[in-house]
Design a protein. Structure first.
Length: 115
């Protein structure tokens, strides 16, 4: 599928999100939390990104961080083995991290999910 992030690779239905949060496994890696669930039966891996209003009141910064996280996943999604994994990335700090740092964190999260 290349290096794109298609609509099928986004986690957006309420049922899928509820299932992920109730049956998924949570983890923390520095400034980021994540929740994942494997074996969903989907033909692709799906992601969702969350940046809290509690930390960033202005939508501009929240959207910037979400774009950085999605881009980091998009370029490293081949690190995930197999298909049918749902992942929720939760940004959990008040500081705006640089793209390189976010890319590192997302890569480490993907490796942790594989393990």
């Amino acid at each position: 599928m290349g290096n794109t992030l298609t609509k099928q690779e986004r986690l957006y239905t309420k049922e899928a999100i509820d299932t992920l949060l109730s049956k998924g496994r949570f983890g923390t890696l520095g400034e980021m939390k994540y929740c994942y669930r494997t074996g969903t039966g989907e033909p692709v891996n799906r992601i969702m990104v969350s940046v809290s209003k509690k930390f960033f009141k202005r939508a501009v910064k929240r959207n910037l961080l979400k774009r950085r996280i999605r881009e980091s996943y998009r370029t490293q999604k081949d690190l995930l083995q197999g298909t049918g994994t749902d992942i929720l990335f939760i940004y959990n700090t008040r500081e705006v991290l640089k793209s390189e740092v976010i890319r590192e964190k997302v890569g480490e999260i993907l490796k942790a999910i594989n393990a």
